[in-house]
Design a protein. Structure first.
Length: 359
């Protein structure tokens, strides 16, 4: 184990002692919210320290086995013990490295998925529909719930823009690397000469704010418009101004919802989307200040602005950020997105581990 990681672990040992003292303090116990926060941290830190202590014990076992190996009568036993200790040390070291990685507190949150057609006209809108279907089927495989908040249909099918809320275990942590420009290369259904066209969509994945950390919206900064919902819904939709559009005047950000018959519920959902967009805007601005490169940048929709290419004639998906190429596009578009998600998470973990070791 590298010295930098040992230093990190030493800090966790000290922090556990601090937490033990704090949780025994009557004043802390009287603060229910603070006590819960410290208790959750105690569970996490305890798990790390427990592995650290086991790692130290197995290092001592390995050293003892090396000493035993000098006795011919104990050589076989020593070799067996050394192999067992080394195998467990390797496993514990890998676990500790993952546990020491900085965690995004939003990873467990539900998320808003926004897909917008970009360059490519009708074909881009059709591809936006295909992407929504891909993410919806992936969500179904994960046991998540998907709710379409608002949609602007295109004339030939698909969407000019669609916003969905996805709720489940670890939604944002799984989908946050999907933000960016998605390019598709295929022969459109309307193409009579069999030529391959290139189109693009942008995808944005925003963590739904925790109620305790939600952005405070000043009513004076909001313009709220109501209008009649479009699409399916029968006579009720045509007679009631139930759809809601909220504009945040200082930033120009807009959120709308029309999926519910209740104007009140639509307003609440639109406010949640707006809060998530404002929070994401703040996060991106902070990242821009902290880093020269913003890998989570949401693209402009231009063909050249892309994180991923879907090449249908070749059945190929390429994620350009990690040079990942998979020839299983049909399965991926049908919701088998896990190989891509795992590769992106693993690549990010490798980056964080490298930073941890340097630091």
């Amino acid at each position: 184990m590298k010295p930098a990681l040992r230093q990190q672990l030493d800090r966790y040992v000290r922090r556990l002692a601090e937490l033990d003292s704090l949780l025994a303090d009557p004043a802390v116990m009287r603060d229910a919210g603070g006590f819960r926060t410290l208790s959750r941290e105690h569970v996490e830190v305890s798990g790390i320290v427990e592995r650290q202590r086991r790692h130290a014990q197995r290092e001592r076992d390995l050293s003892a086995a090396a000493e035993m190996a000098s006795d011919p009568e104990l050589a076989d036993m020593a070799a067996e013990e050394a192999a067992s200790a080394q195998a467990e040390l390797d496993r514990l070291a890998a676990e500790l490295q993952r546990l020491l990685l900085p965690r995004d507190p939003d990873d467990a949150r539900p998320a808003f998925l926004e897909i917008r057609a970009g360059t490519g006209g009708d074909e881009s809108a059709l591809f936006a529909g295909d992407l929504l279907r891909m993410y919806t089927r992936y969500a179904e495989r994960q046991g998540w719930r998907v709710e379409v908040m608002s949609a602007s249909d295109s004339e030939l099918g698909g969407y000019k823009e669609v916003v969905a809320r996805i709720e489940g275990d670890g939604v944002f942590g799984h989908l946050k690397y999907e933000s960016g420009g998605h390019r598709v290369q295929r022969v459109p259904a309307t193409e009579t000469q069999g030529r391959i066209h290139t189109s693009a969509c942008t995808v944005a994945v925003l963590a739904e704010p925790d109620e305790a950390q939600e952005v405070t919206l000043n009513p004076a900064d909001l313009r709220i418009d109501t209008y009649r919902a479009s699409g399916a819904g029968g006579q009720h939709v045509n007679k009631t101004d139930s759809a809601v559009r909220i504009t945040h005047l200082p930033t120009g950000l807009v959120a709308e919802c029309q999926d519910d018959r209740s104007q009140h519920r639509n307003k609440a959902k639109a406010m949640a989307v707006l809060a998530a967009r404002l929070r994401d805007k703040d996060r991106l601005e902070r990242q821009a200040r902290e880093a020269a490169t913003r890998k989570s940048l949401i693209g402009s929709g231009d063909r050249s602005d892309r994180i991923r290419t879907y090449n249908f004639p070749q059945g190929r998906l390429t994620d350009h950020r990690i040079n990942l190429t998979l020839y299983q596009l049909g399965a991926i578009m049908d919701g088998d997105l896990e190989p891509v998600v795992k590769a992106l998470v693993a690549a990010r973990e490798a980056e964080l581990l490298a930073e941890l070791e340097i630091g």
